[in-house]
Design a protein around this ligand. Structure first.
Ligand code: SF4
Length: 165
């Protein structure tokens, strides 16, 4: 999923139309190849929203997580000279957080926000589908379960739940 680097405003930048088209393509592939495509309707919703993953879920990686909790406490991205910078530390160098829709980044960002998905049964099902997808992709031997949600529900902003970070 393309995410612009800091300062990039070229032709690859997403637009509302390209995000909508991408979402439709994701959902079509999921429907047509359910045995081969490890994804969920909520995964498509989270990664093609008009807002970035950081804007939607408050990224816990060190670059954005300046608080006491989150990956910023222990995540270290060492350079060849063994220095480390919290301002730059992330799994995807140079990506503009305001445009971050990376698949791998979402594996940490969305799964860390269970508290944003407990306002309704549909929200919680969507979050379970996302976590289930994440486990099926990253954990050897973990088999994907059928998705509980059938349609892409809108991601939940913190201000809508009062759940905070
Ligand atoms: S680029 Fe994405 S994963 Fe990295 S710190 Fe920014 S929002 Fe988080």
């Amino acid at each position: 999923m393309f995410s612009a680097t800091v300062g990039y405003q070229g032709a690859l930048s997403h637009t509302p139309a390209s995000l909508a088209e991408t979402r439709l393509a994701m959902l079509a592939l999921l429907a047509d190849y359910p045995e081969q495509v490890l994804f969920s309707p909520y995964s498509a919703a989270a990664h093609t929203d008009a807002l970035s993953l950081h804007d939607l879920y408050s990224c816990p990686y060190p670059r954005q997580n300046q608080g006491q909790f989150g990956l910023g406490r222990s995540f270290r991205q060492y350079r060849s000279d063994l220095t480390w910078s919290r301002e730059a530390a992330c799994c995807v160098p140079d990506t503009d957080c305001a445009d971050c829709r990376h698949y791998a980044a979402g594996s940490a960002i969305v799964t860390a926000r269970m508290n944003r998905h407990i306002g309704s049964v549909d929200q919680f099902r969507a979050w379970l589908d996302y976590v289930d997808t994440y486990l099926a992709v990253w954990v050897q031997g973990y088999a994907k379960n059928p998705n509980l949600g059938t349609v892409p529900i809108a991601p939940v902003l913190a201000r809508q739940t009062g759940a905070g970070r």
